[in-house]
Every structure is written in structure tokens, then in C-alpha cells.
Write a protein that binds this ligand. Structure first.
Ligand code: SAM
Ligand code: DTB
Ligand code: SF4
Length: 329
């Protein structure tokens, strides 16, 4: 098992390395643990959009935001399965279903479990993100065939309260524990470019790399600034994080969590190809593909196919993440 006793000073030292040295070290760790030319493709679907009571400052789906997004009901199971079939046909390996909920409600569990079972039966890996879970809900999802649960810590423990006030960092950790207890694999990461300091990025990676067991998937999102959200308005269209600092964050995630899949997640739409290429060199080995993330646009399938061809990357076969999953169950 990868080491989980990182101290903050060690992580700060990694961030401080000369850029080329840091990327070289991350690339070495990547090669020692993964097939370096392969990138996992994941597709996202918002199964329940908008109307969320939480006040996450980045999110278009919060009722506290003023984005004009229309709140919708939970999608029908059949519509979700049709969308999953499209994702599979487009070459995705994992189908991630997201709901704009503070927490999963027992009354919705039959429907979400049916979605999981149906997607799993298509031969796709399943992932859901539904907010907080109880132990019973986590076990029901596991029994239905859920492989991964996504629940992000988002930022450092110190910065967390500046971004979200309606729940605590500790509550995030509690749900992650329920997910682990139920035997599911964990997808947990966060967002950079929210006005955090370098020290916060150190604290963010430190919190992930010192979890009792590293998340099997670590999504690193670059803030997508959305007009009408607290952070989108604050940043007013400016670039929120320097590209080199973003690549550094990916590299430090790769070095500290060698066996995890590090996902270059939201924010690719506005990221240049050379920056994305540097992220792949620094150990990112997973992306969200498809035209849409949850509510915002994503670099679509054609754009990604052209980039993969240019960089000589190929979509990963299902084997590798399944191996990490088998290690959990
Ligand atoms: N409601 C559930 C929750 O918050 O756990 C699940 C859905 S939520 C939209 C999933 C994750 O998407 C968030 O934790 C956050 O890291 C990411 N996210 C949301 N809005 C974003 C944005 N504007 N830019 C980048 N990442 C974003
Ligand atoms: C994650 O870390 N990023 C995804 C997924 N997990 C659920 C969501 C990104 C959302 C980007 C903004 C939007 O489309 O609303
Ligand atoms: Fe709700 Fe999740 Fe958006 Fe926060 S990130 S407002 S919990 S949908």
C-alpha cells in the first residue's frame, strides 16, 4: 500500500522543486505504476440538476447562486441508461452520475440503485456522487453494483469554510468513511483556482494523501468560473490559477498518491493543449470526456480524439482501475 504518513513540509518541498525536476519525478512515479501512454475516459451525467440547498461558492446548482439554472427532478432510469449506452459507444470506461443534493434521501434509493444496476450490466464502471450518505445507503449502493463513490474535499481544511458554510470538512470525511466501510472505491479530490494560497494547495494534497487509504481516483478540477456564483463573480472571467501552478498540483498529487488515477477534470475547456500535455506528462491519467460536464461545456469527443492522436495517447482499457477496485473488495 502507498504511504499515507506524508507531512505537510514534505509536500511543500515537492511544490517548491524546480518545475522541470518536479515534472520529471512525477513522470517517473507515473511510469513505475501505470501504463504512461494510456488515459482513462469517464463520462459525466447530471441525473438531478439544480435546486441544491448547499452554498458551495463555485457551484451553479446551489439555490444560493444566481445562475438562472432551472431545477429539475431526478431523471428516469431509462433516460439514464440511454445516456450510458451512448457513453459506452463513444469509448468511455466509466459512467459517473451526479445529483445536486446535500445528501441522498431514502425515498430516492430504489431509483438510483436501479440506475447503478443498469449501467453496470452494460459493462461500464459505475460512479455516483449524491452528497452525504448514511452507512445503510452506502451499502445499498454497493449491493446494487456501484464501483466508485465521488465525494470531494474540495480544498484545504483551513480554506474550506471560505467556500462552503452549510457543511463541514469533517462531514466530508465522515461520508468517505461510510463509503469505505461499505467496500466501495473512493473518488475524492477538489478544485484549484478558487483564490486559495499555495499553502492551501499543500494542505489539500496533504489531506488526500494522508487519508487512511488513498482514493483510487483523484479528480483535480480547475475552477470553471460561472456567472452568478460567488466565485465566478469574484473572479470576473480572469484566469484563476497559473497553468504552471496547476501542473505542479497534478505532479504533487501523482508523486504522493502513486497508485491512484489522477483525473484532469473540470476546466479543460479553457486549458491549452500544451498545458494538458504537461498534465499528462506530470502523471494525469484520466479525463472527463463528452460534450458536457454537469452543467457546463466540456472539450467534446472529437476535440479529445484529435488531441489524443496528436499526443499519441490512447484510451485505457478497463483493466487497470478494476485492479485497484479488486484490491478494495
Ligand atoms: N452534490 C454533490 C456534492 O457536492 O458532493 C455532488 C455533485 S458536485 C457538483 C461534484 C463536484 O464537482 C464538487 O465537489 C466540485 O469539486 C466539482 N465542481 C462543481 N462545480 C464546479 C466548478 N464550477 N468548477 C470546478 N469544479 C466544480
Ligand atoms: C468532479 O470532481 N468533477 C466533476 C465530478 N467530480 C462530479 C464535476 C465537475 C463540474 C463542473 C461544473 C459543472 O459542469 O457544473
Ligand atoms: Fe450542491 Fe454539490 Fe453543488 Fe455543493 S457542489 S451546491 S452540494 S450540487
Amino acid at each position: 500500500m502507498s504511504r499515507t504518513n506524508w507531512i505537510r513540509a514534505e509536500i511543500a518541498e515537492l511544490f517548491d522543486l524546480p518545475f522541470t525536476e518536479l515534472v520529471l519525478r512525477a513522470a517517473e512515479v507515473h511510469r513505475a505504476n501505470h501504463a504512461p501512454g494510456e488515459v482513462q475516459l469517464c463520462t459525466l451525467l447530471s441525473i438531478k440538476t439544480g435546486g441544491c440547498p448547499e452554498d458551495c461558492g463555485y457551484c451553479s446548482q446551489s439555490v444560493h447562486a444566481n445562475t438562472g439554472l432551472k431545477a429539475e427532478k431526478l431523471m428516469d432510469v431509462d433516460a439514464v441508461l440511454a445516456s450510458a449506452a451512448e457513453a459506452k459507444a463513444a469509448g468511455s470506461q466509466r459512467f459517473c452520475m451526479g445529483a445536486a443534493w446535500r445528501e441522498a434521501k431514502d425515498r430516492d434509493m430504489d431509483a438510483v440503485c436501479a440506475m447503478v444496476a443498469g449501467v453496470k450490466a452494460m459493462g461500464l464502471e459505475t460512479c455516483m456522487t449524491l452528497g452525504m450518505l448514511t452507512g445503510n445507503q452506502a451499502r445499498a449502493l454497493k449491493d446494487a453494483g456501484l464501483d466508485y463513490y465521488n465525494h470531494n474535499i474540495d480544498t484545504s481544511p483551513e480554506h474550506y469554510g471560505d467556500i462552503i458554510t452549510t457543511r463541514t470538512f469533517q462531514e466530508r470525511l465522515d461520508t468517505l468513511e461510510e463509503v469505505r466501510g461499505a467496500g466501495m472505491a473512493v473518488c475524492c479530490g477538489g478544485i484549484v483556482g478558487m483564490g486559495e494560497t499555495r499553502e492551501d494547495r499543500v494542505g489539500f494534497i496533504h489531506a488526500l494523501a494522508t487519508l487512511p487509504r488513498h482514493p483510487e481516483s483523484v479528480p483535480i478540477n480547475a475552477l470553471v468560473p460561472i456567472k452568478g456564483t460567488v466565485l465566478g463573480d469574484m473572479w470576473n472571467g480572469e484566469k484563476m490559477i497559473d497553468d504552471i501552478e496547476f501542473v505542479r498540483t497534478v505532479a504533487v498529487a501523482r508523486i504522493t498518491m502513486p497508485q491512484s488515477m489522477v483525473r484532469l477534470s473540470a476546466g479543460r475547456e479553457s486549458m491549452s493543449e500544451p498545458t494538458q500535455a504537461l498534465c499528462f506528462l506530470a502523471g494525469a491519467n484520466s479525463i472527463f470526456t463528452g460534450e458536457k460536464l454537469l452543467t457546463t461545456a466540456n472539450a467534446g469527443g472529437g476535440v479529445d480524439a484529435a488531441m489524443f492522436a496528436k499526443l499519441g495517447l490512447k484510451p485505457m482499457e478497463a483493466e487497470e482501475p478494476m485492479r485497484s477496485l479488486q484490491a478494495v473488495t
